[in-house]
Write a protein that binds this ligand. Sequence first.
Ligand code: SAH
Length: 397
Amino acid sequence: MMELKTLRLNRHEERRLQGGHLWIYSNEINGKETPLKQFQRGEQVRVEAHSGKFLGIAYVNPHSLICGRLFSREPHILDHALLLHRLEQALSLRSRLFDQPFYRLVYGESDLLPGLVVDRFGKHLSIQLNTAGMEVLKSEIIDALKTLLNPESILLRNDSSMRPLEGLPQEVVTAHGTPPQEVELLENGVRMLAPLHNGQKTGWFYDQRPNRAVLQRFVQGKRVLDVFSYIGGFGVQAAAFGAKEVMAVDSSRFALEMAEKNAALNGVENIFSGAEGDAFDVLKALKQEGEQFDVIVVDPPAFIKRKKDHKEGLRAYHRINELAMRLLSDDGLLLSASCSMHLQRDELLDVLRNGGRRLDRHVQVLFEGTQGPDHPIHPAIPETCYLKAFLARVCKE
Ligand code: SAH
């Protein structure tokens, strides 16, 4: 402890940390007494209020707007022992939540491991070190994961868009064993293969698990359209839950091939098809061809990546949801999701309201969902609560 340098905040800037948040912005630092440039990328520091009051231990990145992330309010450095303790706490939650070892084991700040993401696929781990503070702890993190889980392989999916903001290279690196190209997981009772190396993010989106499960009740004997399907999270599960027919739409051929593979894994390949292309164009074409679906899932990539994209992104949510509604049968269901943290829940609800009015349809929201509990929400950090999902009935009056 003694050797840690001190990072002192400006007057009153301790309030957010004391309120539960973990982030320190570079303009909150008392740069005269503790200039940021004296610190190394990823260095651990004692954080003090202007008064000298001890607030906790953080790691810093002097080159980042979020220049510090607190990981402990006790005088503990983040070493093997604390990492192991944090990972054990994360594991004890997931063990209570799930019977099978398929889940997000570590969800960054919400598990008091800022910048670290660990997805577990049984014996294989796919992880992201999203900050310099986590990057410098790479070998300790790998060691602690090995101690805790004895995994067969660990893949570092360090190609996230956060890394350049932290001055880190984007790369995919094997950290342990031989990570297979595809890993099998079980979700909502359905077997799925996820592409570890070439897939989106860590290879699989565990966050939608509870929202996919909602389909179970509604898809028996129905014709389902899964828009922005990726590898078939919603669509293959809908087929496995008893849908009559499922069409998946995605611009990635690779994703659709994986989706078809997943359909085959569940013996539903005969009722499953993929349509490759831009979702906006494909939905328009389907309408022109007179197609109709009973249940449509719309789960786009984040259309609003930054605050400044808000207007344009919101318009895209409106357009794609309206296109989907036009393809619904008279008494159809739309599951509309957004993973943009900059899109508010009420804005997505308004997208549904607006679509209903434009098509002269009555809209009833039956279910509202968010990310699954292996992505717990940190009550002080709104960014940790990003996923919105509504299941709405869309019918004639
Ligand atoms: N619904 C998926 C996750 C979707 S991720 C699940 O449950 O796992 C977003 C997907 O949208 C990616 O697979 C990406 O290839 C696809 N995508 C992005 N832009 C697109 C576009 N304009 N048209 C069609 N697909 C698109």
